[in-house]
Design a protein around this ligand. Structure first.
Ligand code: CS2
Length: 497
């Protein structure tokens, strides 16, 4: 029976009996001892690793309860704490929706409120796997060369001048505390959309050890006991909205303030390098492999690259969601050409995968009208996303002497997006860790297509020197910028055949 928002009790262990039987969790928080920590309690983790881990433990057992740590956000921690760690995932498709409560979390913490408790948790011998979904920018790595960024908060964390507040700082202090008590081996698993995410995370830890001047013997002890499996993670999970919470309440009969909604599809490819064991994620459909690299390139270049392309062009054309943007006449055809003529020929896919077919499925997933993924959400943090999503493709196409026409359109769309005005004159948000640098570059340049291109190609954190100096790519980008400037997105795409 539907209950109104005001009268619905909160989702919690004590109210689970009010939840329809087929929506109840597979595990009861508290029944399974903690074995994992997850850093980053955003919607993606709740709809992805938490679901896989709950299903794996329900199928195969193991002490793999997850302690969820939010680096900063208080809201999600408060909501989950009040719900005994329970939350629901609603899978949305045109055919209907299905809501299920997930019981993977055995506890939640907010690092900013008590960093020492999180460092102690990372040093707990019971913890043998740490997964991360903290978004690209939280790694504080330069997207072009993977070097640690010069940032005052990070520097203070690495110097040990204060309790750690950044993700690299928490990891470093946690690993050092772990080595000090000899807590045993650990897998540190990046589940963010970074290129070679396992290698990037290893590089991050190495750079932190060096910057903090950790003595060699201690650094060696850390290195010997930590593995960095690479992963490819995939599920389209938009930010939750009041409508997400309403849908959960209607389905469950109780109020869930940590509810998320997602597409039904999900995929997880994980390198099987866990020195102290792992949940049987394969029992939940994950693929365990020796090398996630080809999967990661497939997904970052095709799914995420095309997501970003749709987001920039869609936002410029005033479309609120990715699904709305796909209804711009001519856009699906352009995206198919981008995939077939440039992305698919830029890298070696996993054996047996046809990139064009994968791309068609991706476009069908983006078109799911039940998923309201805002174009401006995908468009955010472009300086951190563009390199692995589009620019690595451009670099490989250049090396092979191939055309970069469609990837140049995506670069031009990003440039026009960060300039801050949609085709109808509406202001667009610049939500990016390099926003100040981008604004300064724009202010110093001329507001012409060539001036815009030159100003932004000069951002060395985004564009490697060889790419910024490539006259052909620059000319293609300027040509697209000129067309977008004169005609706007819709007419440009209509004439783009
Ligand atoms: C999106 C991703 O917001 C974004 O940048 O491209 O979050 C995307 O939805 C996921 O990677 C899908 O697996």
């Amino acid at each position: 029976m539907a209950v109104s928002a005001a009268e619905a009790p909160r989702l919690a262990l004590a109210t689970l009996d009010r939840v329809p039987a087929d929506s109840r969790p597979l595990l009861r928080p508290g029944d399974v001892p903690a074995g994992m920590v997850h850093l980053g309690l955003g919607a993606f983790h709740r709809a992805h690793q938490a679901v896989y881990t709950e299903e794996a433990v329900a199928a195969a057992g193991g002490d793999w309860g997850v302690v969820g740590v939010a680096p900063r956000s208080a809201d999600v921690v408060e909501a989950l704490a009040a719900q005994d760690g329970l939350f629901s995932v609603t899978s949305l498709s045109e055919a209907g929706s299905r809501t299920r409560v997930v019981g993977a979390l055995t506890g939640v913490r907010r690092a900013a409120a008590d960093p020492a408790a999180v460092v102690a948790l990372l040093a707990d011998p019971a913890i043998r796997v740490v997964t991360l979904t903290v978004t690209e920018k939280a790694y504080q790595l330069d997207p072009v060369d993977g070097r640690l960024r010069a940032d005052p908060d990070l520097a203070a964390d690495l110097a040990g001048d204060r309790p750690p507040g950044t993700v690299p700082g928490l990891l470093l202090r946690g690993l050092l505390a772990r080595a000090a008590v000899d807590a045993g081996p650990l897998a540190l698993v990046s589940c963010d959309n970074l290129p070679s995410n396992g290698r990037r995370l290893r590089g991050l830890v190495e750079q932190c050890l060096a910057a903090a001047r950790v003595p060699d013997a201690v650094a060696d002890r850390v290195r010997e006991r930590v593995s960095f499996p690479g992963t490819m993670v995939d599920r389209i999970v938009p930010a939750s909205t009041p409508a997400t919470l309403d849908a959960a309440r209607l389905a469950l009969g109780v109020a869930d303030l940590a509810a998320v909604s997602a597409e039904p599809y999900r995929q997880w490819v994980v390198e099987d390098d866990f020195p102290a064991g792992r949940p049987a994620w394969e029992r939940a459909g994950a693929v365990l492999t020796d090398d996630a690299g080809p999967w990661e390139r497939l997904k970052l270049r095709t799914l995420n690259g095309v997501h970003s392309a749709t987001a920039y062009l869609g936002a410029l054309a005033g479309r609120e969601t990715v699904a709305d943007a796909l209804r711009i006449p001519g856009l699906p055809a352009v995206l198919r050409r981008l995939i077939a003529q440039e992305i698919a020929v830029s890298f070696a896919p996993p054996p047996g995968i046809d990139v064009i077919g994968y791309g068609d499925e991706v476009l069908a997933r983006f078109g799911n009208p039940a998923i309201r993924y805002r174009t401006t959400q995908v468009a955010g943090d472009g300086s951190q996303k563009l390199p692995q999503r589009i620019l690595h493709t451009v670099a490989d196409l250049r090396t092979a002497g191939r055309s970069t026409r469609w990837t140049a359109l995506v670069v031009a769309a990003w440039m026009r997006f960060v300039r801050g005005t949609a085709d109808d004159g509406t202001a667009l948000p610049l939500d990016d860790p390099l926003a100040d640098r981008i604004r300064a570059a724009l202010a110093a340049g001329r507001d012409t297509p060539a001036g815009l291109a030159d100003a932004l190609f000069g951002l060395a954190e985004v564009f490697p020197a060889e790419l910024a100096g490539d006259e052909r790519v620059r000319a293609e980008v300027v040509e697209w910028l000129t067309a977008l400037d004169r005609h706007g997105v819709e007419a440009t795409l209509a004439g783009a055949g």
